[in-house]
Design a protein around this ligand. Structure first.
Ligand code: UDP
Ligand code: MG
Length: 139
């Protein structure tokens, strides 16, 4: 298995409900290592840049408005197969369809306000991590 790094984000709905600790606890309990961490608020333009791959989707305006509506916590998680393991911990995009015990099923509000983000491939992680962190900030 490859040692990977993935970008994990705790989204505004989860930060505002005081779920940062609960989510980071699940990440660490699964054996992933936090190698960078910060709390920040995206501007609308930064949210649109981060989600640019979705710019033609009907949910793009609402998603980027929401992602810039309050503070988020961005994290780089490292470990064997970290990208897929974090996706598995998150669960499906829609909390109503996510498996029992996943973060989105337990803590997500709806298909948009679904508590967490995770990179979906090594290529995505390689662009998403530097969006938030400089090389000096990642262990
Ligand atoms: N999203 C939404 N409506 C949809 C699909 C996605 O609001 O029908 C939002 C949701 O917050 C999701 C994000 O857009 O997490 C990115 O969508 P993607 O399909 O990449 O889902 P993910 O990779 O986050 O599971
Ligand atoms: Mg995605």
């Amino acid at each position: 298995m490859a040692v990977e790094r993935t970008l994990a984000i705790i989204k505004p709905d989860a930060v505002s409900r005081g779920l940062t600790g609960e989510i980071l606890k699940r990440l660490e309990a699964a054996g992933l290592t936090i190698v960078a961490l910060k709390r920040l608020r995206l501007t609308r333009e930064q949210a649109r840049a981060f989600y640019a791959v979705h710019r033609e989707r009907p949910f793009f305006d609402s998603l980027t408005e929401y992602m810039s509506s309050g503070p988020i916590v961005a994290c780089v998680a490292a470990g064997d197969n970290a990208i897929q393991r974090w996706r598995d911990l998150m669960g499906a995009t829609d909390p109503a369809e996510a498996a029992a015990g996943t973060i989105r099923r337990d803590l997500g509000l709806d298909k948009e306000k679904n508590a967490v983000h995770g990179s979906d491939s090594p290529e995505t992680a390689a662009t998403e991590i530097p969006f938030f962190f400089s090389a000096l900030e990642v262990e």
